[in-house]
Design a protein. Structure first.
Length: 581
C-alpha cells in the first residue's frame, strides 16, 4: 500500500472526517442523498463539498432542448457509428427499463429507487469543474488547475458518486484517495449494466465491491465485498443491491472515521471472464421472455392451488452417517407445512420441535412431534404468539431447557423457558429489543456463550445475507457484546443459519444456500475453525443437495442429537394436501 494512504489520520471530536462527493449533477439518486443525510447525523463525519464534474457538449446549445431535427441527426450519427443492431438494442434497453420502472413504482420497499433529490439543499459548498472527456465518453481526466482547487479543500476522502471512469491525479487529490462502488463482484462481473447480468444468467447472488480507485478502475484496491440474493427482474435487483450495499459504504466510512485509516486491502486475483457490456437485442428478448414465463408460471400455479411446501423427515442415524433418502416423512395437517426441525431426547424418547405454518394465515407456531421407530406422532402446540414463530432453537442452561424461536415480526430476540415438557413454555428473557433478527442460535464454547443470528440491518426483509455474532457470560443476558467483525458474513450464499451440529469439541454451523428465485435451495455444513472475541472463521465441509427424491427441489435445515437426525425439504404440491396424524 502506498505510504501516502497508510499514514494514520486521527479525527477528533472537533475534526470529523472530511468527505467530498464527486457527482455528475446536483440532482442525485435516493442512495446518494441517503448517504449525505446519514453523514449529517454522524458527528464523526462531515460531507463538506460537492465536486460537480459536467463536461460541455459543444454540439448542443446550453439550455436548449433537442428538437425533432436534432434527434434525427443524433439517431443517424448513432446508426452510422454503431450500426442499426446496436441502436435497436439501445432502444430495447430503454423500453425494458421503462416497463420495469412501472413495476418498481408499485413496490412499497423499493419505490424510492425512482426518486431524485437536489443535493444543494443539504451541502452548501459546491465546486464546478470541467473534465476532459475521452472519445468513448466514459473516461474523465481533470485539469491541473481543478486538481489544485480540490486539494485546497483539505479533504480526507473523495467518494465517487457518478458513472464515469476517473483517471489521473484526481485519484490522489484527497488524503485517503477516492472510494467507489463497483455494483458487482469484480472477480466475476466487470462492466455493466449493474445488476442486469446476474438476473440474465440467473445467478444465486449479486455482488458488490467497495474499493479505493487506482488508474485501473476494475482492479482497484478492494476494501470490502458482499453478496445478496438476486431478485427476479433487473430494476428490482438493482434497487435491492443499491439499498443493501449503501449500508456498507456507511459502515466502511464510519470505521475509517474511527480508526483514521483504510482497512487492509483484500487480495487480488486474475480476471478470467469477459467484459460485460450493454445487452443486445437478442439477449434482451430472451431476458424478457424468461421474465414473462416466470410470471405466468407462478400465476398458473396459484390459480390451480399449487405452492412450494416445506416438509420434515428424520432418520435414526448420527448426522454424519445420515442418508436423506431413508428419511421418514412426518405427516402434516391440511393447509399447513412443517419446517426448521430441532430434535431432543427425554427419558429415552425423541421429540422434534418445528415450525408449523398455516398457509391460510401465513403465520407459524411451534409444534412438537414424538419420533418413534416407524413414524412421527403429533403431540401438540408448544408455543403460539400473536406474531410469526419458526426455527425453535433449543439449548440447556443450569439444568433447564430453553427455546429461542425466530420471531423477527416482534422486533426482538426472545428466550422461552420450559415449564412442563414438552408443551408448556413461558417467556423468560428478551435478549435484544428493537432488532429484526431471524434464526438465532445460542451455545456455549470455551467458557463463553455465543449468539449467532441473521439481522436485517437495512429493513428490507432480507435475513439471508448477513450473519452477526454476539457474546456474553450467560445465555440469559440482555447486554450481548457485538463481535468486532460484524457482520462476519455478508453473502446470501451461506450467511443464514440452518441448524447447529456438534461432534465432541467440534462445532458445525449449518447454513442455507439460496438459488435464483428459490429460497433454501441447498444446505451447507460449515466447521467453525476459529471463534474468539476478535476473530471468526469457518470452512465448508459438506453440501446437501435436494437430489434424494424425484419431486424435491430444496433443503434448508439440519439438526441431530445422538443417533437421530432431522431435516426439512421443499416440494411443490396442492396447498390443501395433508392428513391428520
Amino acid at each position: 500500500m502506498n505510504e501516502e494512504f497508510t499514514k494514520p489520520m486521527v479525527p477528533t471530536s472537533s475534526s470529523p472526517l472530511r468527505i467530498g462527493l464527486l457527482v455528475d449533477s446536483l440532482i442525485v439518486s435516493h442512495y446518494i442523498y441517503d448517504f449525505v443525510e446519514w453523514a449529517a447525523r454522524n458527528p464523526r463525519i462531515a460531507v463538506t463539498h460537492l465536486i460537480v464534474h459536467s463536461p460541455i457538449d459543444a454540439r448542443t446549445e446550453v439550455g436548449s432542448k433537442p428538437g425533432l431535427v436534432q434527434r434525427a441527426r443524433r439517431l443517424f450519427r448513432a446508426v452510422v457509428r454503431h450500426g442499426m443492431y446496436s441502436v435497436m438494442s439501445e432502444v430495447l434497453v430503454r423500453c425494458v427499463v421503462a416497463f420495469e420502472r412501472r413495476l418498481i413504482a408499485r413496490s412499497k420497499r423499493h419505490a424510492v429507487f425512482l426518486r431524485e433529490y437536489d443535493l444543494s439543499t443539504c451541502v452548501k459548498e459546491i465546486l464546478h469543474v470541467v473534465p476532459t472527456v475521452s472519445k468513448s465518453g466514459f473516461v474523465y481526466r481533470f485539469q491541473a488547475a481543478d486538481i489544485e482547487k480540490i486539494r485546497a479543500l483539505d479533504l480526507d476522502i473523495l467518494v465517487r458518486c457518478g458513472g464515469r471512469i476517473l483517471r489521473g491525479d484526481i485519484l490522489k487529490a484527497a488524503k485517503l484517495g477516492v472510494l467507489s462502488f463497483h455494483h458487482a463482484d469484480n472477480r466475476i462481473n466487470r462492466g455493466g449494466p449493474a445488476a442486469f447480468w446476474e438476473v440474465y444468467h440467473r445467478h444465486a447472488t449479486t455482488g458488490f465491491t467497495l474499493q479505493r480507485l487506482t488508474d485501473d478502475l476494475d482492479a482497484g484496491d478492494v476494501l470490502m465485498r458482499g453478496h445478496f440474493g438476486t431478485r427476479h427482474y433487473y430494476l428490482l435487483n438493482k434497487a435491492f443491491l443499491f439499498e443493501k450495499s449503501n449500508y456498507y459504504l456507511k459502515l466502511l466510512v464510519d470505521k475509517i472515521a474511527l480508526t483514521g485509516r483504510l482497512p487492509d486491502f483484500l487480495p487480488k486475483y486474475p480476471y478470467s471472464h469477459k467484459l460485460f457490456k450493454s445487452p443486445l437485442a437478442l439477449e434482451l428478448t430472451l431476458y424478457f421472455a424468461r421474465f414473462c414465463y416466470d410470471v405466468c408460471r407462478k400465476r398458473l400455479m396459484k390459480l390451480f392451488g399449487f405452492a412450494a411446501r416445506w416438509n420434515v423427515a428424520y432418520v435414526r442415524k448420527n448426522w454424519r452417517n445420515a442418508e436423506y433418502w431413508r428419511g421418514v416423512k412426518l405427516k402434516n395437517l391440511a393447509f399447513r407445512y412443517l419446517a426448521d426441525p430441532f430434535v431432543i431426547s427425554r427419558s429415552e424418547r425423541s421429540y422434534c420441535f418445528m415450525e408449523e405454518l398455516d398457509s391460510r394465515t401465513g403465520r407459524g407456531s411451534i409444534v412438537v412431534y414424538e419420533l418413534t421407530q416407524e413414524r412421527g406422532i403429533r403431540i401438540g402446540t408448544a408455543l403460539e404468539e400473536g406474531f410469526h414463530l419458526s426455527f425453535p432453537y433449543l439449548f440447556e442452561y443450569d439444568n433447564q431447557l430453553y427455546m429461542c424461536p425466530e420471531c423477527s415480526e416482534s422486533r426482538s430476540i426472545r428466550i422461552y423457558k420450559c415449564i412442563e415438557f414438552p408443551l408448556r413454555w413461558k417467556l423468560d428473557t428478551i435478549a435484544m429489543e428493537g432488532v429484526s433478527a431471524a434464526d438465532t442460535m445460542i451455545f456455549e464454547k470455551d467458557g463463553k456463550w455465543w449468539l449467532f443470528t441473521n439481522i436485517d440491518p437495512v429493513g428490507v426483509g432480507d435475513f439471508c445475507s448477513e450473519l452477526f455474532i454476539f457474546s456474553a457470560a450467560s445465555p440469559l443476558a440482555n447486554n450481548w457484546t457485538p463481535h468486532p467483525q460484524n457482520p462476519v458474513v455478508v453473502d446470501a450464499g451461506y450467511a443464514r443459519n440452518a441448524g447447529l451440529l456438534r461432534d465432541g469439541a467440534k462445532y458445525f454451523r449449518c447454513s442455507q444456500q439460496q438459488a435464483f428465485d428459490v429460497y433454501g435451495k441447498r444446505l451447507q455444513i460449515n466447521e467453525m475453525v476459529e471463534l474468539t472475541e476478535t476473530s471468526f472463521a469457518e470452512r465448508c465441509v459438506s453440501v446437501a443437495t435436494p437430489s434424494f427424491g424425484a419431486d424435491i427441489i430444496g433443503a434448508h435445515h439440519l439438526h441431530g442429537a445422538g443417533d437421530i437426525t432431522v431435516f426439512d425439504f421443499l416440494t411443490i404440491s396442492r396447498t390443501a394436501t395433508g392428513a391428520e396424524t
